[in-house]
Design a protein around this ligand. Structure first.
Ligand code: PHB
Length: 393
C-alpha cells in the first residue's frame, strides 16, 4: 500500500485518496523542527521532551516508534520541502513539530492534501485552527491569540492604560500583538505606538526602544522568542528602560529555556503563558525530575509541548487508531491530565484549550524562576471560520 501511495504521487499533487496505509508494528514519526537558526534551542527542548514522552508512555501503545528528523530552519520553503520529503520519501505515518507560524502556514495544504496527521508541538498561527483548519492538524501547544488575549484585560485591571508594542514582523509577531491589543482596547486601554522589527535580521533594537521611550506609554508589551528574546530583554535593560517603562509580553519572552542567559535583565518582567515549570502538580513534578535527569535542564513550555505531543500520540494509538485517517480522527479526542493540568482539544477547531498563567520572572535560589501572579481560566478560541470536515472524507 505504501509503495502504491508513493508511486501514484510521483510528479502529481498530493491527494488524500490513497493516504491510509495501515500501521505496521512500527509507527514512523516525521519530526519537523528548526534545529538551526534563531529557534534551535526551542527545537532541542521539544525533541528531547518528545523522546522522553515516548520513553515514558510509549510502551503502553504496543507498537514501536521510529523517528525521522528534518531541519525546517526558520524558512517556510525549507519546511515545505522537508515535509514533502518526509511524506513521499520516508512515508511517515504521522508528523510532529513545527515551531514557526510561517512554516506551519507553508505546509498546511500539503499535510491536509496528503492526509498525514500533524501534531503541532509549537507554531501558534491562529488560522491553522481557524479558517485554514484541517482534520489532519491537531494542536497540542497553544495558539497565538490564546496566550496573548487574556493579558489585555488583566493589564488594564492592574492599572496599565497606555502601551507601546514591539514584535518581529512575521505571522506570529503580528497575531500575538493583534490579539493582545484587541483585548486591551476592548478593556479600555490605549495603544500609543507600535514597532515591527524585521524578523531574524534585527540585532540592534535601539531605534525601536527610543521610539517606545518617547511615546508616552505606561508600559511596553512585546513578543520575542529564542535568540531574539535574549538580545531584546538585555538591550531593554541596558537602555535603562525597565525602571521607567515596565516590560510585559507573551511568556516566550522570558522562557525558562533561556531566561538565565538574560540574567538580571529579566527580573521583574511580567508575561503570560500556558506552562511554567513552577506549576505545582504531581504530573509536573514527574516531568521536571525526568527531564532534569535526562538533559540537566528544567523543562520549558517547549519541552512540555514535546512531551504532551508524545503522550497524545500514544493515547491516540491506544484508543485503536490503525492508520493515518483513524489516527487523525483519534488525536482531537485525546484528553489527559499532564504537567499543564487537564488537557483537552476543542473538536470544533482541533486546538488545545488550557488555562493561561501570568507570571513574573524573579530571582530564585538557583537562578531566575517564575512566580505565578494569576491563572486565567481556559477559554476555547473562537472558531474563526473553521468548518471542520471529518478526517474520513
Ligand atoms: C511561532 O512562530 O508561532 C512561534 C515561534 C516561537 C514561539 C512562539 C510562537 O516561542
Amino acid at each position: 500500500m505504501k509503495a502504491t501511495f508513493k508511486a501514484a504521487l510521483a510528479g502529481l499533487a498530493i491527494s488524500t485518496a490513497m493516504s491510509s496505509a495501515a500501521f505496521a508494528e512500527d509507527i514512523k514519526v516525521g519530526v519537523l523542527l528548526p534545529y538551526s537558526g534563531v529557534f534551535a534551542a526551542l527545537a532541542q527542548d521539544i525533541d528531547d521532551a518528545f523522546v522522553l514522552g515516548l520513553d515514558t508512555f510509549g510502551a503502553e501503545a504496543g507498537v514501536t516508534f521510529e523517528i525521522v528528523r528534518e531541519d525546517t530552519e526558520v524558512k517556510p520553503p525549507v519546511g515545505l520541502a522537508k515535509t514533502k520529503k518526509l511524506i513521499l520519501q520516508d512515508e511517515v505515518d504521522v508528523l510532529v513539530g513545527v515551531v514557526s507560524s510561517g512554516v506551519l502556514g507553508a505546509i498546511r495544504d500539503t499535510v491536509d492534501g496528503a492526509g498525514v496527521p500533524l501534531i503541532v508541538a509549537n507554531a501558534g498561527n491562529d488560522e491553522a485552527t481557524g479558517e485554514a483548519c484541517s482534520p489532519f492538524i491537531t494542536r497540542i501547544s497553544f495558539s497565538n491569540q490564546q496566550v496573548n488575549r487574556p493579558m489585555g484585560k488583566w493589564m488594564v485591571d492592574q492599572g496599565v492604560k497606555k502601551v507601546f508594542t514591539i514584535a518581529p514582523d512575521y505571522a506570529a509577531g503580528r497575531q500575538m500583538i493583534d490579539a493582545f491589543t484587541t483585548a486591551f482596547i476592548a478593556a479600555g486601554g490605549e495603544v500609543v505606538g507600535q514597532e515591527w522589527p524585521p524578523f531574524q535580521k534585527t540585532q540592534d533594537f535601539g531605534p525601536f526602544l527610543a521610539n517606545a521611550k518617547a511615546s508616552g506609554a505606561d508600559a511596553v508589551y512585546v513578543f520575542f522568542a529564542g535568540g531574539e528574546a535574549i538580545s531584546f530583554v538585555k538591550q531593554y535593560d541596558s537602555f535603562g528602560m525597565k525602571a521607567e517603562l515596565p516590560l510585559y509580553g507573551s511568556g516566550f519572552l522570558t522562557s525558562s529555556l533561556y531566561v538565565n542567559a538574560q540574567g538580571s535583565a529579566a527580573e521583574g518582567v511580567i508575561t503570560a503563558l500556558h506552562y511554567v515549570p513552577t506549576l505545582d502538580n504531581p504530573e509536573n513534578a514527574a516531568l521536571v525530575e525526568a527531564f532534569k535527569a535526562k538533559t540537566g535542564r528544567i523543562p520549558s513550555e517547549y519541552a512540555v509541548q514535546g512531551y504532551d505531543s508524545a503522550r497524545a500520540l500514544v493515547e491516540a494509538v491506544k484508543s485503536g487508531a490503525t492508520d493515518r485517517e483513524t489516527l487523525a480522527a483519534a488525536l482531537p479526542k485525546v484528553s489527559f491530565t499532564g504537567p499543564r493540568g487537564e488537557l483537552r482539544i476543542d473538536p470544533a477547531t482541533n486546538n488545545i484549550v488550557q488555562p493561561i498563567h501570568v507570571y513574573e520572572t524573579i530571582a530564585g535560589a538557583d537562578g531566575l524562576t517564575q512566580k505565578v501572579l494569576a491563572t486565567l481560566p481556559a477559554e476555547a478560541d473562537p472558531v474563526n471560520g473553521c468548518a471542520m470536515p471529518s478526517a474520513a472524507n
